[in-house]
Ligand binder design. Structure first.
Ligand code: SF4
Length: 114
């Protein structure tokens, strides 16, 4: 009986150590991974959407939406889908599963903030 109780206690302690280890492992996951990596221009969806980190680099023959005087005013940080302050360097965008995009960037899904 005593050895059975002892075994149960040992198993309990082992379980606690495993649970504690799991919690420790979770606590060291970088916030960046939880929020998602910043969108890169070379990603398939980014290329399909014409996303660039520097809006002045948009090929306006390919994406005429950003051509002209009005088009030149379009940036991620004044897009309705930019979930951050206008002066923040990056912010989540729902087009990219809420991964960060550059405030100075642009893509063809740009829509004016109202
Ligand atoms: S949808 Fe708006 S915020 Fe998102 S990448 Fe395109 S222009 Fe930037």
């Amino acid at each position: 009986m005593n050895s059975e109780k002892l075994m149960n206690r040992r198993n309990f302690l082992k379980l606690g150590a495993k649970a504690g280890g799991g919690a420790l492992a979770l606590s060291v996951i970088p916030i960046k991974l939880i929020a998602g990596e910043e969108v890169g221009e070379d990603e398939a969806l980014a290329q399909a959407m014409g996303y660039v980190v520097d809006a002045s680099a948009v090929d306006t023959t390919k994406f005429p939406k950003r051509a002209g005087e009005e088009g030149a005013k379009q940036f991620c940080n004044n897009c309705a889908l930019y979930a951050g302050d206008a002066d923040s360097e990056t912010a989540p965008c729902s087009i990219f599963q809420n991964r960060p995009v550059r405030g100075a960037g642009w893509c063809n899904a740009w829509v004016a903030k109202t």
